[in-house]
Design a protein around this ligand. Sequence first.
Ligand SMILES: [Zn+2]
Length: 164
Amino acid sequence: MAGSKNKKKSSPAKKTAAKKPLKTNAIKKIAQKLKIVPVRAVPKKVRVNPVFQPLLAQLRKRRHEITGQVSHLEADLRDDMIDNQNTPGDSADHGSGELNQHLSVTLMENDRIELERIERAISRIETGTYGQCETCEKNIPMPRLKAIPWATRCISCQSRAEGA
Ligand SMILES: [Zn+2]
């Protein structure tokens, strides 16, 4: 009894899997399915820690001073340039004008750096991340903050960073 099962191998035409690159649309759809949504930033205007209120006032005052100073310097610089244009022949005047310009630019550069630090400190106070060492995450002692309100590191981390 040779029950020969005539098993016919039905071989479906092997389709070579098409290598379709995922389109960005498809990626977006997948992201939507998985509910991957970008993390929203922490809303601003967190209650300002009253401990830092005086520092905030100090920083804002300094910011005001600098912005006034910078616009004053910029006005001076413009005047200098106009003066130079009016007296093209006088080389001595021209030289001192350039020196003034250089000084003004340097001052403005320093102010800009300070202004940036101040802006960052203010926003940290407003978002409640102020007063923490960015390296060791310990609280920066108040006397240091009073001396340098835009300090982002405690003294030991700062000196380590500078020493490296
Ligand atoms: Zn530290």
